[in-house]
Design a protein around this ligand. Structure first.
Ligand SMILES: Cc1cc2nc3c(=O)[nH]c(=O)nc-3n(C[C@H](O)[C@H](O)[C@H](O)COP(=O)(O)O)c2cc1C
Length: 250
């Protein structure tokens, strides 16, 4: 499965089978985590309790069903830039998990913090956790309802781009990137990130007046989604971090 196919398939999985992951899958996740940490100075950690089938994290029972024996602790530098980088690389990890046939979810709030013990250096914090397991074939009604209620608040794709030109006349790769941003996860589905295409430059910004910490994560996630969507439409590139950071097409 390509990264773009994983992006199309991804949803926030809130019901998991009580099935351990094979060691080779855990090894691939660990490799991706190591690469993210090395690329950006992050401190993602993989909790692997598959051998003794112990929950890797306690998720809030109202929001989640089943159990996971593997979980990523998404730790990294404090501050806006730290959050953005954690968001960006967490999405890379999320798409890797999907490509390995797993289900995952970004969880910043609805878990028991005391159930995990991240290693943190000075100036770092735990931004959230990502349960990694097999999605239950039959999703309980409660979890299905949660998703459809939350995603019902989706904005139109055109609203994700700010430009001097009409949406329909924008380059296909920018529209593809915007569609990918729309398809991505965001905290309580706020979808607070817009792509800005002005003066030939592509940037991304938080458009909501009232900002909160989680939106830095959303900004990084949206940037990664955009990059994968644009690449699938034929334009490879990379982002500079920070709200005014540009997308540089190669
Ligand atoms: C930074 C971040 C934090 C999130 N925290 C939670 C959470 O604490 N609990 C939860 O159930 N979902 C959480 N989510 C998942 C979102 O609710 C979900 O991505 C959004 O509703 C869109 O649905 P989808 O991912 O299925 O497309 C979080 C997502 C992000 C990006």
């Amino acid at each position: 499965m390509t990264e773009f196919e994983a992006l199309e398939k991804r949803i926030s999985v809130r019901a998991y089978e009580k099935r351990p992951l094979p060691p080779e899958t855990v090894a691939e996740l660990r490799e991706t985590i190591d690469a993210c940490n090395a690329a950006a100075g992050l401190h993602f950690q993989l909790i692997d309790k598959n051998a003794d089938k112990k929950p890797a994290v306690k998720l809030s029972p109202g929001m989640f069903a089943g159990e996971v024996y593997t979980c990523a602790l998404l730790a990294g530098p404090e501050g806006e830039l730290g959050g953005e980088m954690v968001g960006y690389f967490s999405e890379k990890l999320m798409l890797k998990a999907v490509s390995l046939g797993l289900g995952a979810c970004w969880v910043a709030g609805t878990y028991d913090r005391k159930s995990v013990s991240p290693a943190l250096c000075d100036g770092e914090k735990l931004w959230g956790v990502m349960p990694l397991g097999y999605a239950a074939e039959k999703v309980p009604l409660l979890q299905r309802t949660i998703r459809s209620r939350i995603r019902a608040k989706d904005r139109k794709t055109e609203a994700f781009v700010e430009s001097d030109y009409p949406y329909t006349s924008l380059p296909a790769w920018i529209r593809a990137g915007a569609e990918a941003v729309k398809a991505g996860p965001s905290a309580v589905n706020q979808q607070p990130v817009n792509i800005v295409y002005k003066g030939g430059l592509v940037t991304a910004r938080l458009w909501k007046e009232k900002k909160n910490e989680l939106m830095c994560l959303d900004l990084g996630i949206a940037k990664y989604q955009f990059q994968v969507g644009a690449e699938n439409a034929g334009v490879r590139g990379f982002w500079n971090f920070g709200e005014d950071g540009e997308f540089i097409a190669e």
